[in-house]
Design a protein around this ligand. Structure first.
Ligand code: ADP
Length: 524
């Protein structure tokens, strides 16, 4: 269509302005509004009647009033202002992010008499940008963190802000060194003291879906939720609890789907969490899960590294002691200071000590690599015990053996079980005085064999008794020059447990110690 008359052109422009999605406003050079289209009405909430003749400043928040002076001075110079992103306020006082394009209006003589202003509402776009930024910042911050508690706090703060919640909490299931589960939590918008007295949120109909990882719970008013208020003693929120009405809870799951915690948000007003907030919380929960898993892996790597360093230091020290003794003997031999036949037993002892340490270290590395392999064979228990006794020098003690009348054939890795018995007997010798008695008892208990090694030695203090089966643990009272590296009992425990058996110790300080092993006659 070709438009030639001015009237038609004007009508056409008016129609465009009327139907535009953007607010189109014109004003004179004193900032007084001269026209106001329907979109301006929708966007800012003021009608045309209310606005024409008013100063444009009515739309400008106090802290941005100076912007108008800059705009007007640019206009006076004939310059356009393009895509100027700023904030304006609606009649209700709500802040809008808008993008402004302002062009000078000239009269027939070319003189600037005012300006046309096109305002686009970019609040939504800004919101998305802001949230993407939160997500981005969050991922950079938390991926650089190793400390679980710091990650929990950063995530809780960021997510609480992102979803516009008044209160936020992150409950995180953590396992302690013994494998027991306990909860860590971080809060945002509330003091810890406000929470500590309420106990952990578990096992109630409201919290269950989050901790089970089955469901996201988003409620405009949790107080009206059918799941709410069924649990004793409070039947709802305990007195003094945060005033939560709007509620949002998202499970935090690992890559393999295990629930590692939950993010919870609350607001005292109704209907504060939208689907969009929910999506954002889910995205943050996924990021948090990755960061927490990374932190866990890195902590494990650090711990293993520390263990490895300790191990190398320890092993080299232990190997050096018998080597230094051997070197000393060699020097004496060279100088002819001791007859060779007298030296031989001493040298053999040190070589055996070296052998023992190396074989313990090898066992440990096999255990740590999960490669301790057992060769089950049916063997005579009597021969197994005899062979073990033969391997230990008990000549300075009285050994008393009690054995069931009839020989029992057991299905075990004979060499490994013998290693355990040798270790128990050697310890009994090592940790008790010369000439004291050592008792070796074997008995049949149903389909199990029980073997006890009892000594009348120094005994083990209760605080040590709890730890003697740990790697490298030696009782504090063991004199420094007592041979050993604290691995024998740890290895024994692994071996007996691999036979589906149990090993334990009972002891009284100064009176003696009894070690007991029990394992099935048949292969587990
Ligand atoms: P090691 O004897 O090489 O130190 P073990 O793992 O065999 O290592 O034993 C760990 C610790 O348990 C010992 O260092 C010692 O403190 C204690 N222990 C083991 N057996 C006895 C025992 N029969 N009497 C007293 N203490 C013992």
């Amino acid at each position: 269509m070709y438009i030639d008359s001015d009237i038609e052109k004007q009508a056409m422009l008016a129609a465009i302005i009327e139907s535009s999605e953007d607010a189109i406003i014109s004003k004179d050079l004193t900032s007084r509004i001269t026209s106001w289209n329907p979109s301006a009405e929708r966007m800012f909430g003021y009608t045309q009647e209310e606005m024409v003749g008013q100063l444009i400043h009515i739309l400008i928040p106090d802290d941005r009033k100076h912007e108008e002076d800059v705009i007007i001075s640019k206009l006076k110079c004939g310059e356009r202002v393009e895509h100027f992103e700023t904030i304006r306020k609606t009649k209700e006082g709500k802040k809008l992010h808008i993008s402004l394009t302002i062009s000078p209006i000239k009269n027939a003589e070319g003189k600037i008499i005012g300006a046309s202003k096109i305002a686009r509402d970019i609040t939504q776009q800004k919101l998305i940008e802001e949230r993407l930024k939160i997500l981005n910042d969050l991922s950079t911050t938390i991926n650089a963190k190793l400390d679980v508690e710091v990650i929990l706090q950063v995530v809780t703060d960021a997510c609480t802000k992102a979803v516009g919640a008044e209160f936020g909490a992150f409950f995180y299931n953590k396992l302690d060194e013994k494998g027991a589960s306990y909860m860590l939590y971080a809060l945002s918008g509330a003091e810890r003291s406000q929470f500590d007295k309420f106990g952990m949120p578990r096992n109630t109909k409201v919290f269950d879906p989050t901790f089970q990882g089955t469901e996201i719970v988003r409620s405009d008013n949790i107080l009206m939720d059918p799941r709410y208020g069924h649990n004793s003693p409070h039947h709802g929120m305990p007195k003094g609890h945060l005033p939560v009405v709007s509620y949002l809870a998202v499970p935090v799951k690992s890559q393999h789907g295990a629930v590692i915690g939950g993010l919870f948000f609350g607001h005292p007003k109704e209907a504060m969490f939208s689907e969009e907030h929910e999506g954002l919380a889910v995205a943050i929960a996924a990021q948090a899960a990755i960061a927490l898993e990374n932190a866990k892996l890195l902590q494990e790597v650090n711990l293993l590294n520390k263990r490895k360093d300790e191990f190398i230091g320890f092993a080299s020290h232990e190997l050096r002691t018998p080597l230094a003794t051997l070197k000393g003997f060699m020097e004496i031999a060279e100088e002819g200071g001791m007859p060779v036949e007298l030296m031989f037993p001493k040298v053999r002892k040190q070589v055996e000590r070296l052998e023992g340490i190396i074989s313990d270290l090898l066992d440990i590395s096999r255990i740590q690599a999960g490669k301790l392999e057992l060769e089950f064979k049916r063997v005579s228990l009597l021969s197994l015990l005899k062979d073990s006794i033969d391997m230990v020098d008990i000549s300075n003690h009285h050994l008393e053996i009690k054995y069931p009348g009839e020989d029992i054939r057991v299905c075990v890795d004979g060499q490994k079980v013998s290693q355990v018995i040798v270790n128990l007997l050697s310890n009994a010798v090592k940790y008790s005085d010369k000439n004291s008695s050592i008792f070796l008892n074997a008995a049949l208990l149903g389909d199990q064999v029980e073997i006890n090694v009892r000594d009348e030695g120094r005994g083990i203090a209760p605080e040590d008794l709890k730890r003697i089966f740990d790697q490298y643990y030696r009782a504090k009272s063991v004199p420094k020059d007592t041979t050993g590296i604290g691995l024998g009992l740890f290895i024994s425990k692994v071996i007996i447990e691999a036979h589906a058996g149990r090993i334990w110790a009972e002891s009284e300080l100064g009176k003696g110690t009894t070690f007991t092993i029990r394992f099935p006659i048949d292969r587990p």
